[in-house]
Design a protein around this ligand. Structure first.
Ligand code: ADP
Length: 863
């Protein structure tokens, strides 16, 4: 090719090579098809050897003849017309352009031909070359294909790459309900439900990109749509088909409604199976599971299907299982449940559980599968274990457990029965149970059997039985019917406890109860009185019999009963000991309707199923009466105190005015009549004025005293340093005059009455300076924390106070000196004490004569 090209390029074209006319003949002769040249009249001008052979004529017989002699007689007229038409408007017409015609041989036989035509313009006019091909073969092939198509068991639909249906067989017609002609030329999507069409078209396009055969059962499931709109499940196999028009696809369509129905039935069957069903294929992969499988293994179906079945087997057993599975598939046969081997399953969470398996082979179109029915036997295993355990419990029980049949014969006898009654099981089993009854109790058996036959259980029935050695035993017995699997009573079991000791303990308890100093009431969960002592009878005035079994609320007034019931239920919900004096006070109600105050202590007794509460009840009417009297006295005291303060306040206030005028007039006397008085008179006048002033101080002190606490609730956060600063400035005259020094440590801020604290500090500091006669008196204020409270100290370096007076000085009007020695009224410290007490604190003094004094007071954190 390369060389040729190179050669072509290398050799310059020297004009057209002159053509020898004989070449044309050779060309025509060597053509594979029959070739005939005709003129516009339809006369044959030239034919080749193939034409001679095809039609069975000698060349000479045809040349110059009308071409219609090669056409079957019935078409000749039409052919002549066509021919004229072609010459009127000549153009090339190729083979296979749908022009299928028939030829006629010399012997008169006809055969299908295909013709291509091409016009040739020559100097002697328009000629036509017809190339003719025997189409018998092709037609036969076509027909065979069609027959094949028709005989296919499935509906066959052939589409081209644009999705247009080119061919459909009778089965397709029957399946989809369309006339075949109505399908040809339509898009294949008419055979598919509308909702799937778009998706299908996309798939189809995808298929034609890389078309390859896809067999049935390759998962290609779809819905078909009938002409009447009905849908049905189909399965499709595809194969590409090479045609002259490109790649087509043959779709074999199978209606799988039946199969689906069968499958659904099978599935439904599977789902209703009581066991987990797992179907695996020959590779051991899970094909199908039912809901029970999901439930007992804890997997969702989707997690199981397609996995190897070993995922349901505990890891340590997987290797063994694999080997077994191989063996089974080599010789599969039905294997029933309970055929010995107990296996283990593995849940999704890794936990294991005992299972039983039955296997059966299942023949499918995909080979032999195996259906495994799997049963979780945890329960039955548990039941077996439980039965064993139960037997052990019965044997080890401390209670005698005796089984008997409905005739009263002993059928079982545990170890405790042996110990209680002194018979071995060999001695007891098979005997009448009445051998255990004292003669006077023999009648009980008939009644017991009567009730047991009726299915009744007799609980905690207290009676007496007799041991082998003749001892009479106090017994508490619970007798229950024994039922068979069908629920029929077939016997009775008796659980008996020797309560001889308990009975004695009961007696002890009772006597203890009777000697208790308080009324004791024992109630059960429902609030019913179970036990009372003599004190209870006395206190409430009810006879014992009248109280037992009745609600405890009968002992309290009616208006409180509802609430009491609720409290009681609450107590049983969280029972605990509640002592006397824990605020549990209530009015009690005596039988005569009289109410009286009681105090109650509670304590729980017993446990859960037999829980009781013991209430000790004490009559506190007397104490209540004393309390009431005390409260009344306190009230009266407070009232008279208030009256007194009120009086002091009013009195001192009203005394001020006359005092002022006494002082005023004595000053007037002194000024105006100074000369008229002699020395004695002057002195008397001084006395009058001095006494009046002293009285004024007393009255002011009294006013101060009665004012303390009268301001009402005036407590605020008070900064003590600020207060002290103010006190200092209020005292600046004294400080200056005496050259005094008032010092202090850091002082806190606290909750107090600002006015009163001011007065308190002032009084103490004034005293500290006053009773320090020397020069440069000094007072120091400090504070320390004492727990929650603050303790303040006001120290001086004065004359001090001897211990015997240290209490007295806080009383009103109490002083240790005459007014001549130290001025004063004896009220200051009393006021201080009143203020401190109102602040929840106390005040005291530390001192020795001649060594100064320290006054301490505390202020409580919140008053
Ligand atoms: P007054 O100071 O008016 O006499 P007070 O009630 O303030 O009344 O004091 C009562 C008495 O306690 C005083 O008369 C004095 O004898 C004694 N006293 C008070 N404070 C001091 C002190 N700082 N040092 C020595 N004695 C004191």
């Amino acid at each position: 090719m390369k060389d040729q090209k190179a050669g072509n390029r290398g050799r310059p074209l020297a004009g057209p090579v002159p053509i020898d006319p004989s070449w044309y003949r050779d060309l025509v002769e060597s053509a594979p098809d029959a070739v005939i040249l005709i003129d516009s009249e339809g006369r044959i001008l030239l034919i080749n050897r193939q034409a001679e052979r095809l039609f069975g004529y000698q060349r000479e017989e045809l040349l110059g003849q009308a071409v219609e002699m090669l056409v079957p007689e019935q078409f000749r007229k039409a052919h002549a017309l066509h021919r004229d038409g072609f010459f009127a408007e000549p153009k090339v017409r190729e083979m296979g352009a749908g022009l299928e015609l028939a030829g006629r041989r010399k012997d008169g036989t006809e055969f299908p031909i295909e013709i291509s035509l091409s016009p040739i313009r020559t100097s002697s006019g328009l000629l036509v070359t017809a190339a003719i091909r025997d189409a018998s073969e092709r037609r036969r092939a076509n027909e065979m294909f069609r027959a094949l198509l028709e005989s296919a068991p499935d509906a066959m639909v052939i589409i081209d790459h644009t999705g247009v249906i080119r061919l459909a067989n009778a089965q397709a017609q029957a399946l989809f309900g369309y006339q075949r002609e109505a399908l040809i030329g339509k898009r294949v999507e008419v055979l598919i439900p509308e909702r799937l069409r778009e998706r299908h078209a996309a798939h189809r396009a995808g298929y034609f990109v890389a078309p390859k055969p896809r067999g049935m059962g390759a998962g290609l499931e779809l819905s078909g749509r009938r002409k009447d709109g009905g849908e049905f499940p189909i399965e499709i196999s595809l194969s590409p088909l090479q045609t002259e028009e490109g790649t087509w696809a043959t779709a074999a369509v199978r209606d799988i409604s039946e199969r689906k129905r069968a499958e659904d039935r099978f599935r439904a069957l599977l789902e209703t199976a009581p066991d987990a069903m797992v179907i695996i294929n020959a590779e051991g992969r899970i094909e199908l599971v039912n809901a029970q499988t999901e439930r007992i293994f804890g997997y969702a179906r989707g997690d199981l299907v397609g996995q190897t079945v070993e995922m349901l087997v505990p890891e340590r057993l997987r290797g063994r299982h694999l080997a077994h599975r191989g063996d089974y598939f080599r010789a599969p046969k039905v294997r029933e449940m309970g055929a010995g081997a107990e296996l283990s399953g593995r849940r999704r969470d890794g936990s294991e559980f005992p299972i039983e398996i039955s296997l059966s082979p299942l023949d499918t179109e995909y080979g032999t599968w195996v259906t495994a029915a799997i049963r979780d036997v945890t329960q039955s295993k548990r039941e077996r274990d439980a039965a064993v355990r139960l037997a052990a419990i019965v044997e080890s029980s401390n209670d005698a457990i005796i089984g008997k049949d409905l005739l009263g014969r002993i059928t079982s006898w545990n170890r405790a029965a042996m110990h209680t009654f002194g018979y071995t099981s060999e001695q007891a089993i098979g005997q009448e149970v009445t051998m255990l009854f004292p003669p006077e109790r023999l009648h009980e058996e008939e009644q017991i059997l009567e009730r047991v036959r009726g299915g009744e259980q007799i609980k905690h029935f207290e009676t007496q039985r007799r041991a082998a050695d003749g001892r009479v035993l106090e017994m508490s017995m619970t007798i229950s019917p024994i039922l068979d699997a069908a629920g029929r009573v077939v016997g009775a079991s008796t659980i008996g406890r020797d309560i001889s000791e308990r009975k004695q303990a009961d007696e002890r308890f009772r006597s203890l109860l009777e000697t208790a100093p308080d009324a004791m009431v024992i109630i059960d969960r429902e609030g019913r009185i179970v036990l009372v002592n003599a004190q209870t009878e006395r206190l409430f005035g009810h006879a014992r019999e009248h109280m037992i079994g009745r609600p405890v609320e009968m002992l309290i007034p009616e208006r409180l009963r509802g609430r009491h019931g609720e409290h009681r239920a609450g107590y049983f919900g969280a029972p605990k000991v509640r002592e006397m004096g824990a605020g549990l006070e209530l009015p009690g109600l005596r039988s005569n309707g009289e109410e009286f105050a009681i105090e109650i202590s509670l304590s729980p007794m017993g446990s859960d199923d037999s829980l009781y509460a013991t209430a000790a009840v004490r009559d506190i009417s007397d104490r209540k009466a004393v309390e009431r009297k005390l409260a009344r006295t306190a009230d009266n005291l407070a009232r008279s105190n208030r009256d007194l303060e009120q009086f002091a306040f009013v009195a001192s206030h009203d005394l001020q005015a006359p005092l002022r005028s006494i002082i005023g007039f004595s000053q007037l006397l002194r000024r105006k009549y100074h000369d008229q008085f002699d020395r004695d008179g002057q002195e008397f006048l001084d006395f009058v004025e001095g006494s009046a002033r002293h009285m004024q101080a007393l009255v002011n002190g009294l006013l101060d005293f009665s004012r303390v606490g009268s301001q009402g609730p005036d407590f605020v956060q008070v900064n003590m340093e600020t207060v002290l600063a103010r006190v200092k400035s209020q005292m600046s005259a004294i400080v200056l005059e005496r050259d005094a020094r008032i010092t202090h440590d850091p002082l806190p801020t606290l909750l107090a009455s600002e006015l009163e604290i001011n007065q308190l500090l002032q009084n103490l500091i004034v005293n500290g300076l006053k009773f320090q006669p020397g020069p440069e008196p000094r007072v120091h204020v400090s504070a320390v924390r004492k727990g929650e409270a603050w303790q303040f100290s006001v120290r001086d370096w004065g004359i001090g106070i001897s211990p015997e007076y240290q209490q007295r000085i806080f009383q009103i009007f109490q002083r240790l000196h005459s007014p001549e020695e130290y001025a004063g009224t004896g009220i200051g410290l009393a006021v201080c004490q009143k203020i401190v007490q109102r602040h929840g604190g106390r005040i005291w003094v530390d001192s020795k004569t001649g060594e100064g004094a320290t006054f301490h007071f505390t202020i409580a954190p919140d008053v």
